[in-house]
Design a protein around this ligand. Structure first.
Ligand code: ADP
Ligand code: MG
Ligand code: MG
Length: 757
């Protein structure tokens, strides 16, 4: 009975990655394409598995392949013919496994093959797989290939190149070449290679041939390639090709230019850029940060890098920001700091985690933030930040990098993350493909402007709480909350209406015809009356005690407050109407925290006279289960996936992220943080049910998503599959969402929800 095939010559043309690994399969492909590849054969992954089981190699097949190799090269093994033994796994693990060069006899060849197969289990390779979630049972193939000698004189050499610049994406060969050398000479750093232009000068014909071949490989693999080659006495050989790693900048430019050149289709261009590459593209970053030493490191809370002068409080922030960019430095931030944050270019706090107030607010505003730098001591009263032996005072310059968590002294060189022409083009292509709409959450005219710049189709969530950040409006809302007579409340409401109207006018101007969904007030009252606030009189102190709640987030908030005090929402819709009389705008209003249609009916009775479109936020479990009835009652839905996730898990987000969630993730009891990546199996299925009943009751009802998940790519794929109409996310996430929504469309929704069952 013939033995199963375990050894494959390159020339046989079997391009099976699962048997030959990536490197092996690509060598076979290049051979088939007529590229100058030194001949050789692959000892398969199947052979690896048999070898780990029995310790036996398919020696007969190896001998046979060796004889064929002698025939192909016209040389005898050990006499003119030597080989390399290389590893080749089904997943690329660059540099993690071994290579043996210049093998020239059979007892050594078999040894080397054993060594190479064994290097799959080296500590280094195991650690790399652990880190990158690569299964340990995949195994590797071993490649045996005729050696070509890059070190046989000045007409020889070795090099590595990318078919396009991996930093900028520019369409020029980018690489290095070392004359009279072999591969390890470059890798080991013992000799410094020259840029590729060296080869072009020394051997123009070889360079031209190289250029032709690598461009053909790029066209064949439909992607930028990372290539290893060797020149032996004026003759070119290609030893390896694979898709090249690149920056976000380069990914976008390469995808768009290859699409323009007709090398790839539009959908391929969209798939060739990852949402993460778009994300990093748009944030400013430090130019070659490895040159600098941070003074302290905290949590990378909101991405991007920025330099500015240090300030320690809100008043300073407001005045100093007139003079140039400032970094607000606080022990931690509270809602009262919103103005300081708004004025700052970046925020740094010594305390607080990734879901602290500072982190959430800055992320939504698209401002860099480093928080929870435990080694820093911030004394806002004395106006000093201490880290180790260093002190920073008001006016000193810091650079914070919210993508890495590093904080540096002084002003560092930054590279801005503006959308380029290529980015715009890629996103336009994505727009032509995607089914989901992409809207933005914005609370201020500046955020609306950003949303527009990044291509949002509308404002899906305008939170009115943020309008209470000026001292006047804070004072007025506090007067409203603390008052216990109708006339006091009416006074406070008057003041609030005027302030809100002016805010709306500014926002409506900026909207310039774009639709906006205004969420009516959803105050957890305690946020406006902090425990530390001194109201100054006994009566308000008493009122505050009355209002105190055990669990304010599940207390008298959102629509519940408006059921008790209808005049609150009435004031808001009146402010909207007054603003619309000045600047016309397409406004809908949305009611938060709804659990039953009776709430919607009651609120509608108070605000129906305005003729505004009225929708509900779907963020309680009960609202999901009553979606059909609610859909009969209102014009639209918007899922508030943050609160909904809290409700479905019975997790208080802040407490969960501070305490046990990390343990859950470490122990893989949960795969992902459900506040970052939508939980498909729980929250997703609940949403799917809600959408089903809503559409049954009202087939054309518009359904959106306005939680933070709306800008997260894996969540977007779920929303696409569930069939909502649009996602709404922070302005800086809009480009990411446009791309991710197109990718979800391309990949199709078949089975996505089925797999969650
Ligand atoms: P890695 O997976 O770490 O890139 P390779 O299998 O590509 O390992 O081998 C590393 C280097 O060994 C190659 O870049 C090349 O310089 C050299 N090499 C491998 N095979 C040959 C060969 N047949 N002829 C000449 N040099 C070779
Ligand atoms: Mg290599
Ligand atoms: Mg909510």
């Amino acid at each position: 009975m013939p033995e199963t095939q375990q050894v494959y010559a390159f020339s046989e043309g079997v391009e099976d990655r699962n048997q030959l690994g990536n490197k092996g399969a690509n060598l076979v492909t290049m051979t088939r394409l007529g590229m100058p590849v030194p001949p050789g054969f692959v000892v398969s992954i199947d052979a690896y598995h048999r070898f780990t089981g029995s310790g036996e190699l398919p020696v007969a097949q190896i001998d046979e392949a060796l004889t064929a190799l002698e025939a192909a090269t016209g040389r005898k093994f050990g006499d003119g013919l030597s080989v390399s033994v290389r590893s080749s796994g089904p997943v690329s693990m660059p540099g993690m496994m071994d290579t043996v060069l210049n093998v020239a006899d059979r007892d050594t060849l078999l040894h080397s093959i054993r060594d190479i197969l064994g290097s799959w289990s080296s500590d280094r390779a195991v650690a790399y797989r652990d880190l990158n979630d690569i299964p340990h049972d995949l195994g590797t193939a071993a490649i045996v290939q005729a050696m070509v000698m890059g070190n046989s004189g000045e007409n020889s050499g070795t090099g590595v190149l990318f078919t396009r610049d991996p930093n900028t994406g520019e369409n020029e060969l980018f690489g290095e070449y070392l004359a009279n050398a072999q591969g390890e000479d470059i890798v080991s750093g013992t000799r410094t290679p020259e840029p590729l232009s060296g080869l072009r000068k020394q051997q123009p014909e070889v360079y031209a041939e190289l250029h032709r071949h690598v461009k053909a490989l790029e066209a064949y693999f439909r992607d930028m390639q990372d290539i290893e080659f060797t020149v032996e006495d004026g003759v070119l050989y290609i030893l390896q090709t694979r898709s090249g790693k690149r920056t976000g900048q380069a990914a976008v430019r390469i995808a768009v230019e290859m699409m323009r050149e007709g090398l790839i289709r539009r959908d391929e261009a969209v798939m060739n850029v990852s949402p993460d590459q778009v994300r990093t593209f748009l944030h400013s970053r430090i130019d070659r940060p490895e040159r600098f030493t941070p003074v302290v490191t905290g949590l990378a809370a909101a991405p991007g890098a920025v330099s500015g002068r240090v300030v320690f409080d809100n008043t300073e922030a407001r005045t100093q920001s007139q003079l140039g960019p400032i970094i607000l430095v606080r022990p931690e931030t509270i809602p009262d700091d919103i103005q300081g944050i708004a004025a700052a270019a970046g925020v740094f706090t010594a305390r607080g985690g990734l879901s602290s107030h500072a982190a959430i607010v800055t992320r939504a505003m698209g401002k860099p933030c480093v928080c929870g730098a435990e080694n820093a001591d911030v004394d806002p009263v004395a106006g000093v930040l201490r880290v180790g032996d260093s002190e920073f005072h008001r006016g000193d310059v810091l650079t914070i990098d919210g993508s890495s968590g590093h904080v540096y002294a002084g002003e560092l060189p930054l590279i801005a993350g503006e959308p380029t022409g290529e980015m715009e083009e890629l996103l336009k292509v994505a727009d032509g493909i995607r089914r989901l709409g992409v809207w933005a959450n914005a609370d201020t005219p500046e955020m609306v402007a950003q949303a527009q710049q990044f291509g949002a189709e509308g404002i899906g969530l305008l939170r009115t709480e943020r309008q209470f950040s000026t001292p006047e409006s804070l004072a007025a809302i506090r007067r409203f909350i603390l008052s216990d007579t109708d006339s006091e409340r009416a006074d406070a409401l008057d003041a609030l209406r005027n302030l809100q109207r002016d805010d709306f006018i500014a926002i409506f101007r900026q909207l310039d015809g774009m639709s906006v969904i205004v969420r009516l007030l959803d105050i957890p009252l305690h946020e406006f009356i902090p425990q530390s606030m001194d109201t100054g009189d006994a009566r308000s102190e008493h009122r505050r005690e009355e209002l105190a709640e055990i669990n304010p987030m599940m207390g008298h908030r959102g629509v519940r407050l408006a059921i008790s005090f209808p005049e609150l929402y009435r004031m808001q819709v009146d402010a909207i109407q007054e603003a619309k009389a000045v600047v016309d705008a397409r406004v809908s209003v949305m009611i938060p925290q709804v659990i039953t249609r009776q709430e919607a009916i009651e609120i509608k009775s108070h605000i129906n006279h305005t003729g505004l479109r009225i929708g509900v936020m779907i963020e309680t479990v009960r609202a999901c289960m009553r979606a059909g009835r609610l859909a009969e009652t209102v014009d639209f839905f918007s899922f508030g996936t943050n609160d909904l996730t809290q409700a479905v898990f019975s997790f208080s987000r802040e407490d969960a992220e501070k305490e046990f969630l990390t343990t859950y993730l470490d122990k893989q009891i949960l795969e992902d943080n459900p506040f970052e990546v939508l939980d498909a199996k729980g929250v997703g299925r609940l949403m799917d049910t809600a959408v089903y009943w809503a559409r049954r009751a009202s087939p054309t009802i518009q359904i959106g998503v306005c939680g933070e998940h709306g800008g997260e790519p894996r969540s977007i794929a779920i929303f696409h599959a569930i069939g909502v109409n649009y996602v709404s996310c922070s302005p800086y996430r809009v480009p990411v969402a446009r791309l991710a929504a197109a990718q979800a469309t391309i990949q199709g929704d078949v089975g996505l929800l089925a797999t969650t069952a």
